[in-house]
Design a protein around this ligand. Sequence first.
Ligand SMILES: *Cc1c(COP(=O)(O)O)cnc(C)c1O
Length: 492
Amino acid sequence: MRNRLATQPLFELSKPGRRGTQLPPCDVPQRDVAELLPTEAQAAALPPLPEIAEPEVIRHFTNLSTLNMSVDTHFYPLGSCTMKYNPKRNERLASLPGIVDLHPYQPESTLQGMLRLLCELQEILAEISGLPAVSLQPAAGAHGELTALMVAGAHFRELGESRTKVLAPDSAHGTNPASARMAGFDSVMVKSSESGLVDIGDLRSKLDEQAAVFMITNPNTLGLFDQQVNEIADLVHQVGGLIYLDGANMNAIMGITRPGDFGADMMHFNPHKTFSGPHGGGGPGAGPICVRDALGAYLPTPVVERDGNQFRLADNRPRSIGRVRSFFGNVGVLVRAYCYILSHGSDGLRRVSENAVLNANYLLSRVRHILPVPHGHRCMHEFVATADDLKKRTGVTAMDLGKRLLDYGFHAPTVYFPLTVPECLMIEPTETESKETLDAFAEALFRITEETPELLHETPHSTFTSRPDEVAAARKPRLKWSRPDTEEKPKH
Ligand SMILES: *Cc1c(COP(=O)(O)O)cnc(C)c1O
């Protein structure tokens, strides 16, 4: 039985008079409060906060924290999301008082350490990407895409061109076409070939002087490195367009090849993926972007600049697209990325990628005997298997397999993405898993495919919720408790 304390909102556990704190008596006379505060700022009654003793609060939150899976408790092969182990050293460094106690409104002269760290991170990302101009401002990968497309927009405006199209392959992450639309472009889909790579013929037919940017994910979401990338870059550059690299899969190529060297003009990093920032459930993230020198002038303000031994936030940048986020960006995530990168060094980062690719290929070699892997005899850091045959034979879906894996103590892989493979499971083991874990996962997947469809449709049995309405959960989330008798209709 689940502990009642974990499943009931704190409001329902409330008993009048219970206390978790002992506050000193208020030493401001009531009379003064009434005089000092205008009436409209005075509360008529105390807020209806739950009244609970400390042990119950602690049990409530501790139990809540165990209802979900995490990288610290379970293997988490969520493809494209790079759920690698988050080294605890980085947590400790990121919570040092000299870092957490900073305030962004402090004078620059008192922020020199943080500015130096950010400036060095810019330089490091420029080196890893092969693209020299960097902005740490964007708050997530998707925000990096949007920011870079706005940079591209500014570039074409300055050339006096009004290009309308942003192209992306059909295997791209949904954020690519969404960012294109948000940045004011039409989004054009380019087909993938039989082999899962960009269909060059289809790309050619859609390239003209209206093409602003081609967004490519390389390695792509099938875990394949598209070796046509130089040819693709040439084709796009010939019509005056730019290449954007969706850098979510940098975990496969760090220190081995650089986007700037294979033709990309702009890219984002996902430090929360590649550089081990703890993430899940939508955050926290960062989405630094790197661009070619010629595009640097359009980057958001401020950028961190080195001035001899001093560091400053440069915001006198007349051609900049302006601010895209408050202050310096999502510093907590960036600090962890900096610690991760420095503690590995350049050889270490290369080994991270080599081991991520090795682990994925090892797991691929086991999984392909259980489920078909339609694209790729070999893979980069992840691969995509399909339950399409299984579904046709038995009715068991990719969703059923993902759900059942939870009962076996594994987080589910990504399912139903990319859209180009039916009933797909996208599996990314990452470099931080042992051979024993990968073997146990393959073993579990094999045993699950031997189970009856009736059982699999009903799973999972071991989790707090089993089959929530996922569409309603995303579209009409209930994010706050309301008294059952005053149930508010969700706003949407
Ligand atoms: C995660 C991801 C994104 C979006 O990044 P966020 O940081 O989640 O906004 C974009 N493209 C790919 C391929 C991804 O895996």
